[in-house]
Design a protein around this ligand. Structure first.
Ligand code: 2AM
Length: 171
């Protein structure tokens, strides 16, 4: 077993979408601490402290026949307790649910546990946020063609993310 790391599987937005999301953050104003453009993502499965080698094997198995898909981020929300303001798709394709389910199954087969919460896909835009006023209208298209495994290292300034693996999801 390799050294355990704080891991999660995520979708990382392409550059053009990161720019749009940054513009949306600007429109929302100073409602909290904005997530930096290069750290914006959507978590598919959260593992916490786990063995990266087994997580990698699980992802390879889970994505063997997986296809890409298109998400449309068109909804804003606020997790009051965690102070998170996010954007999410109102509806999302079965392919994302299937990917989530397969990942969990393959992880379980290898003795890894994921967070039991059901999938609630969202991109965190702000932390420590107190939203005020109406949200801007937005509908951002996101062609998803890759799943990434990310290791999060805790630093005083906030977590640092390292790309620990990536799997193609052909569109
Ligand atoms: P958040 O953006 O809503 O905070 C890295 O921490 C990523 O994993 C973030 O996207 C975070 O979601 C998510 N995350 C952190 N802890 C989690 C948990 N216990 N269950 C599910 N997702 C979690």
């Amino acid at each position: 077993m390799t050294e355990r790391q704080r891991l999660f599987f995520a979708l990382w937005p392409p550059a053009h979408l990161r720019e749009r999301l940054t513009a949306v953050q600007g429109e929302l104003g100073r409602i909290g601490r904005p997530v930096a453009a290069e750290r914006l993502h959507l978590t598919v499965a959260f593992l916490g402290n786990s063995d990266p080698e087994r997580a990698t094997e699980a992802a390879a198995a889970a994505t063997r026949e997986a296809r890409g898909f298109v998400l449309r981020l068109d909804r804003f929300g606020h997790f009051v307790r965690s102070g998170v303001v996010w954007m999410a798709p109102t509806e999302y394709p079965n392919a994302l649910e299937t990917l989530h389910r397969r990942l969990r199954r393959e992880l379980r087969r290898r003795g890894l546990r994921t967070e039991r919460r059901s999938l609630h896909p969202h991109v965190t835009l702000f932390r420590k946020a107190t939203p005020s006023g109406p949200h801007p209208a937005a509908s951002l298209e996101w062609p998803v063609d890759e799943l990434t495994l990310v290791a999060s290292v805790t630093r005083a300034e906030g977590p640092e993310y390292h790309r620990a693996g990536a799997w193609r999801l052909p569109l």
